[in-house]
Design a protein. Structure first.
Length: 161
């Protein structure tokens, strides 16, 4: 383990990686809201997150690279990436999260067509904020996943708007 990673475990989480793994084995929930989490920090955590089903990374510095690392956590059911630096480039990594039921993207540099690949997931809820709304693309998304609750720009989106 590199010095920087050892320092992270000691200063940020006040535990050793083995202790963290035992702790999350009980809780199955990781809330890093507003903690200075970067892609590098994600790379430190992911090997010890095997049982995590919920991850809240709101207001962190995670980018597409960090989401690509998270793409290995196929057991995730809930992922919140609101107010991060992610773009549409992370969508392929998100589609690897086959058990994902709820995804909060918040403001993401993407358009309606960019998020279409997410319709292949069994998502039950998707929350996203987009600058431009393309009803044809969003309708296509809902047609592929009719059980989905789609929240766009803080409003529930219904088919054929």
């Amino acid at each position: 383990m590199k010095k920087k990673e050892k320092r992270f475990w000691k200063q940020q989480l006040q535990c050793k990686p083995e202790d963290f793994e035992k702790q999350i084995g009980e809780h199955l929930d990781l809330n890093l809201w507003s903690i200075p989490v970067t892609d590098e920090i994600i790379s430190f955590l992911v090997p010890y997150m095997g049982k995590i089903t919920k991850a809240n990374l709101t207001h962190t510095d995670i980018t597409d690279d960090g989401v690509n690392t998270l793409g290995t956590l196929t057991q995730l059911k809930y992922l919140k990436l609101k107010d991060t630096a992610i773009t549409a480039d992370c969508i392929p990594a998100l589609t690897k999260l086959k058990n994902l039921e709820e995804l909060h993207l918040g403001f993401i540099e993407a358009n309606c067509k960019d998020i279409l690949p997410l319709s292949q997931l069994k998502l039950l809820k998707l929350v996203v904020s987009l600058d431009e709304i393309n009803h044809e693309d969003l309708n296509r998304f809902l047609e592929k996943n009719p059980r989905l609750e789609l929240i766009v720009n803080s409003k529930r989106y219904e088919l054929s708007q």
